[in-house]
Design a protein around this ligand. Structure first.
Ligand code: PMP
Length: 361
């Protein structure tokens, strides 16, 4: 019998059970080579085939055009936030940042030593409950790029806006990649730590226009250079092979499940059900985000007191619902509804929320 619970963790997050079982079955002897995939050379033909398949699956899932490179990197999304500035802007060049939550701020912080980072608009004064109106953005004409966060994982804020700017858009898709169809061509570079919607931690996906990689950027060591990583097919140094393998299994699983369009429909329906419950709870459960910018992936909410938040989390755990405690920067509750979360998890959470309210309202 499965001992698995419903896991709403924001990342590292739940993985498809089918993927875990596949990895478990192959842990000692992968593809009849008599060794684990974690024990063989990344340069072996078997591993190179796996890597190529993962790239092909990612390209197919997201409809990545041929003039975009796909890189599999280490160092998480945070490293990318520094590499973007190093690779895509001259020393001290102006770079624009739209701040819609905690992760937009980290992007700005990582880039600040290398560029003249300029905040075009920020919703911080409003507690990151909204996205600044497009007309209020103070864009720089000479910016190397505009950085945005497609989905703010902590505050549960989705950008949900046509960007329509003249400079390349660099987008942090860590918590929303593959959650809905996007037009890759609208972006110069997309990056995402895999540990939320794509697979395990320890591997980060970068999708970047070849055109942008021709920029000279700043003086940097090869290990910090996108072009060097591309030339060596993301194997400039030893890559995280097991993570790459798990990521590949997740990508194949997503394709089998009907791809991004199928997940988008499911994700929207599930989030809608949860937000409807919040909105119909007479203020017992409260989500402060403007309706047009509510995230389908991360749903933060608050009960009337921090004590009730804590009791909610503790009781939920006894019902097999884990990972619901909000991020320490915000408090409250957060339910992350990534692609690998079963529909039954959302139904179980909703059932529990009705019951909890009945006893505490
Ligand atoms: N951006 C977003 C939107 C995130 O949610 C996170 C992690 N929660 C990060 C960046 C940082 O990612 P990492 O820990 O992989 O560096």
């Amino acid at each position: 019998m499965s001992q698995r619970v419903f896991n709403f963790s924001a990342g590292p997050a739940t993985l498809p059970e089918a993927v875990l079982r596949k990895a478990q079955a192959a842990l000692l002897n992968w593809q009849d080579i008599g060794a684990s995939v974690a024990e063989i050379s990344h340069r072996s033909a078997d591993f190179m085939t796996l890597a190529a398949q993962a790239e092909a699956d990612l390209r197919a899932l997201l409809h990545v055009p041929d003039d975009y490179a796909v890189l599999f990197m280490q160092g998480g999304a945070t490293l990318q936030q520094a590499l973007i500035a190093l690779n895509l802007a001259h020393p001290g060049q102006r770079a624009d940042y739209l701040i819609t939550g905690h992760w937009g701020k980290t992007a700005l912080k990582q880039a600040t030593p290398y560029v003249d980072a300029h905040i075009v608009a920020s919703s911080e004064a409003q507690g990151f409950c909204n996205v600044p109106a497009r007309d209020d953005w103070r864009l720089s004409a000479d910016a190397a790029y505009l950085h945005v966060t497609d989905n703010e994982t902590i505050h549960g804020v989705a950008l949900n806006l046509p960007l329509d700017v003249q400079v390349p858009v660099i987008a942090d898709f860590s918590s929303s990649i593959a959650s809905r169809p996007i037009r890759v061509r609208d972006y110069g570079l997309i990056y995402a730590g895999a540990q939320k919607n794509l697979g395990p931690s320890g591997i980060t996906v970068v999708i970047v226009a070849h055109d942008l990689l021709r920029r000279s950027g700043q003086p940097r060591a090869p290990i910090l250079d996108y072009r060097a990583h591309l030339e060596r097919e993301s194997m400039l140094n030893t890559p995280p092979t097991f993570n790459w393998y798990l990521l590949g299994l997740c990508l194949a699983w997503m394709r089998e499940q009907g791809g991004v369009a199928a997940f988008a429909a499911r994700n929207a329906a599930r989030a809608q059900k949860l937000y409807a419950l919040l909105d119909d709870s007479n203020g017992f459960y409260r989500n402060p985000v403007a309706v047009a910018h509510r995230s389908c992936m991360n749903v933060p909410f608050f009960l009337p007191t921090p004590e009730l938040d804590a009791e909610f989390v503790a009781q939920a755990k006894t019902r097999g619902l884990i990972g619901l405690k909000g991020h320490k920067a915000l408090g409250g509750i957060r339910a992350s509804l990534y692609n690998a979360l079963p529909d039954a998890a959302v139904d179980a959470l909703i059932g529990f929320m009705h019951e909890f309210r009945k006893h505490h309202d």
